[in-house]
Structure formats: C-alpha cells, structure tokens
Design a protein around this ligand. Sequence first.
Ligand code: SAM
Length: 321
Amino acid sequence: MSTQGQQFAFYDLHPPMDDITAEVRSGMLESPKKLSPKFFYDERGSQLFEAITRLDAYYPTRTELSLFDAYLEEITQTIGYHSCVIEYGSGSTLKIRKLLQALSPSAYVPIDISKDFLLTSARALAEDFPALDVFPVCADFSQSIALPPQTDGMHRVGFFPGSSIGNFEPESAREFLARVAGTLGAGGHLLIGVDCKKDTKTLELAYNDPEGVTAQFNLNALVHLNRVLKTDFDPEAFAHEAHYNESSGCIQMFLRSLVDQRVDVCGERIHFGAGELLHTENSYKFAPVEFGRLAASAGFDIQKRWLDSRGYFGLYLLRAR
Ligand SMILES: C[S@@+](CC[C@H](N)C(=O)[O-])C[C@H]1O[C@@H](n2cnc3c(N)ncnc32)[C@H](O)[C@@H]1O
C-alpha cells in the first residue's frame, strides 16, 4: 500500500503451528504445568489487555504514560529524529503514538504475536501518520527476528514498554536484551519501561482487579488454545489466581483447576487434579539497581533513567555498546 509515498508492508513470521503444539505439550509435562504468557494474546486477549490498562488497580500503564509526558522532550533530544523505531509487543499502539509524534521517525516496525490486532492497529496508525513508513511484523519476539530490509542503514531505536521484560525468566531476559542490542547495532537506543518492586498489597491488587478483567484475560489463554489447537479446556472449570512471590520478586499468575478433570491437549488426555495449578505468567519486578545490572550484562549502557515520584515504575533509555 502507498499513501502519498508512504510504504506499508506486512511481514508474517508467526511461528509454525507444529512448534506451538510442541511447546504447549511440553508445558503440560512440567510440574507445575505451564503455558507461555504469549498464549493470552489473540484478538480478544489483546482487547482484554487494553481493558486492564484502564483499570484503577492497574497502575503501570498510567504511571508509564505520565513518565512519557514528563520526559518526552528530553528523550527526543537524546535520540534525535528520523530513526527507525522498532516496538516489541506493540499491542494497542497507544504509547507509541506519543513517541512517534515527538521523534518524527522515518519508519516504524511494530512486532507482535497477535496477528489480527497487530494489522488493525498498524493500519490505523499508518493512516494517522501519513509521512511514516510502517512495516508490521507478526513474530514471536523471544526468537531472532529479521527486520524488514527497508530499514537497513537507519539509526535504530527499540521500544519495549509495559514492563514486558518482566515476563522473561532472568536468564532469558538477558538473552532477549542481548539479541535486541545486536539488532539495534552499536549506538542504537532502547527505551524500555520496567515495573519496580513495591509493597505486596499494591502489586497483588493490580493483578486481582475487583472487576475481574485480569481473570478473564488469564482464562482467555484456554479459549485461545481451544480455537487454534482444538484443545478442549473448559474455562469454567478453572479459576484465576495471582500472588506476589517476594523471594523471587515476581507476580505469579495461575489457573487453578476447580475439579478433577482430563483435557485433550493436542491428542493427549492431560489430567488436572482438583486444586492443581497451571502456571500462566511470571511478571518480575526490578529495583533500579537490579535492572541496571541486567541491562549492563546484555550489552547496554544506561543513558537516562526516570522514576515516578512514588518509585512505582521506571523508564530507561539504554544505548547498545
Ligand atoms: C503486556 S502487553 C503490552 C502492550 C503494549 N506494548 C503496552 O505497553 O501497553 C504485551 C504485548 O506483547 C505481545 N506479545 C506477548 N508475547 C509476545 C511474544 N512472545 N512475541 C511477540 N509479541 C508478544 C502481546 O500480543 C501484547 O500486545
């Protein structure tokens, strides 16, 4: 598509179904049984996440947006104009709009696993920014991703908001960041939002909202798998739980089986005892010094760091070495 010379090209690098089947089956053999948080996200899951970001209890999005508002000018001065912005897990593209307005980049590459939502959001964004080339890439960002060739030679700026870095296990977080540093190249920037450690009550409320939206989001992983892999999970036979594990510094999200049951998972009858937990997400929280160490170990220098006045959330501008 081309509007006033604007380029728009979609790259579908979604992992093959066989890989997804193998991953889900292997998670069912673990103890506790496990699903990757990426399975929350089909179109409905992306919509539910958007609804979560508007909840009173969910402080991260509001806090991160207030940091953008306060420091966008400083961010722009540090990064400069006409770059290529690559967003990992672009979702609703709400946050990136502010950044695009300020940075006036030449190209934007939103990467997301949720294909339909990605395409709809990217098309809407391309219409609103007619001078911007937009190259959506549907891919699993936990694997290496070849960027669209149109972006070769541009100054690259990664954007990874929403504390999604906390969904990786610590060693995988380092590997992910090191891969991003390689993709951005020496001198490339990464603007990343990171949730801070804080009191258990605030953290647990954010993942156990009274409206029950996070519960629906968690259960949507089962609905999603039933649709794409023809599993036969009964979402009503599971209940949402989220706890803060203080010793590992992470929110752990589960689905608890309410009854003794067997579920067909890709041709295998998987037994869930009554009360058994299925682990669906970890969300690690980082003290600023801990995140600083992680970034350094992955090949980044911290150029700037901003925290809100309560110390709830951190925004870091990193530079690849
Ligand atoms: C927590 S939401 C954050 C959305 C948005 N960036 C924000 O900050 O509000 C995570 C986003 O990453 C996407 N996502 C999750 N796991 C992914 C994966 N392994 N690969 C690619 N995208 C993924 C989801 O579809 C979703 O849009």
